[in-house]
Design a protein around this ligand. Structure first.
Ligand code: PMT
Length: 405
């Protein structure tokens, strides 16, 4: 939603990494952005304007357009109303022009005219990249408020393995999304979000676990970031990559999660407990691997800490977190069981999750939840992608925060 109908100018300069800029343009367009590409003369040697026109569905501009007189003050027209200027890849010479305020081609003129945020993704050979003049230019731009993504260490066109590679389009896209979200309605709010399942050790190689993938919690973290929040994401074991801008803390057991949540919530505005926390753990995990030759072992279990109950105690003492949202994974009597948890754990909102359907809930990309408020109001949601469920919960969080202050 952050990029939907947002006009973004994508500047492309002359580097072999220009081919990656077309992927970036495509990803931006797929996210709903209106992408106006401006290529320098050197960029045109690596990639054609037609490539960008094809992936963005909008004209791509070159210096030829600046001089052909078809449009009046083209650089001003492009700059006016743009939400973001991304220059990727940005090589040493146009970087120097940016810092000096030189304007002798369409891209440098647009950069001088635009008053929107600037995000750059430098790309150059290793030696050039570490040259003091280049480093000084990057420092200057950073000081002026530009966001600099990369460059990364890796294989360069010269054959060198060094710092100078343009960051991947997905990373640049994530940074653009994060930059544009900072003035959202959750600006200056801290949201703590838990995700994934916990794992309780049985012996050094085995654990008691559940099927939570972390997808719903990570989607919530992204939705909260998109709304401008500062996000602390406390995650059980999962291979999912961290949404850009989130501060992630990895945990394994329910006890580790409890500790991390209590610590993170000290001054938090909201806690969303999406994690599937183990309710029981082996009382005495074996020190050595349990051998099957010794027959089937009985495992004694004991309860884990109930994190939401601990949080309730902390909230009564400190007033933080202001809002607590829980989930209830239920396979029967959905509303009844979820309402009992809502009351028992003193929550502001609970997402009652019907996990009886194999195609939604644990591990799936879609989820089926019913939102129940502290006042007992029930809002059943249709089966939706977890990203959309997350947006709806964040919308409800906005309302709860507004009412709490
Ligand atoms: O991770 P995914 O694959 O995307 O799947 C998402 C999900 C199905 C895990 C998620 O949508 C979900 O339903 N999460 C809650 C799962 C759960 O543990 O529900 P519960 O009914 O057992 O717990 C109720 C609430 O108490 C939950 O907010 C839970 O985080 C919290 N809890 C549970 C146990 C415990 N010891 N401490 C807790 O705070």
């Amino acid at each position: 939603m952050i990029l939907k109908n947002k006009r973004i100018i994508l500047g492309v300069t002359g580097s072999i990494a220009a081919y990656k800029a077309s992927d970036l343009a495509s990803k931006l367009a797929q996210a709903g952005a209106l992408v106006d590409t401006v290529l320098t003369q050197a960029a045109e040697r690596f990639i054609s304007p037609l490539t960008f026109q094809s992936v963005t569905g909008r004209p791509a501009f070159t210096d030829g357009d600046l001089w052909n007189g078809q449009s009046h003050v083209l650089h001003q027209q492009l700059a006016a109303g743009a939400g973001l200027l991304i220059i990727a890849p940005l090589t040493a010479h146009p970087l120097a022009k940016l810092t000096q305020g030189l304007g002798n081609d369409l891209l440098s003129l647009v950069a001088l005219s635009a008053d929107c945020p600037l995000l750059i993704a430098p790309a150059m050979d290793g030696g050039m990249c570490k040259h003091p003049a280049v480093q000084e230019n990057l420092r200057l731009l950073r000081e002026r408020g530009a966001v600099i993504v990369g460059p990364e260490h890796g294989h360069l066109a010269s054959g060198l393995e060094a710092v100078g590679r343009m960051s991947e389009p997905s990373e640049i896209l994530g940074q653009a999304r994060y930059l544009l979200s900072r003035s959202g309605p959750l600006k200056n709010r801290v949201a703590v979000i838990t995700a994934g399942g916990t794992q309780e050790p049985v012996d050094p190689v085995r654990v008691l676990a559940n099927r939570s993938s972390g997808k719903q919690g990570f989607a919530l973290a992204q939705a909260a970031l998109d709304a401008g929040a500062q996000v602390i994401l406390i995650a059980g074991p999962t291979a999912l990559s961290t949404p850009i801008g989130a501060q992630r803390k990895n945990v394994h057991t329910a006890e580790e999660m409890a500790h991390a949540v209590l610590h993170a919530c000290h001054e938090a505005d909201a806690l969303i407990m999406t994690a599937a926390v183990a309710d029981f753990k082996p009382s005495q995990p074996a020190r050595q691997k349990i051998k099957k030759d010794n027959g089937l072992a009985a495992i004694d279990l004991e309860p884990t800490p109930d994190i939401l109950k601990l949080i309730e105690r902390q909230r009564r003492q400190t007033g933080f977190p202001k809002i607590v949202i829980g989930f209830a994974a239920e396979s029967e009597c959905l509303i009844e069981n979820a309402m009992a948890k809502l009351k028992n754990k003193n929550l502001s909102l609970i997402a009652a999750n019907n996990v009886s359907d194999e195609n939604s809930g644990f591990g799936a990309d879609v989820n089926q939840v019913t939102l129940i408020g502290a006042d007992g109001a029930v809002e059943p949601l249709p089966r939706l992608p977890k990203t959309e469920i997350a947006q709806k919960i964040i919308q409800r969080l906005l309302g709860l925060l507004a009412n709490s202050s």
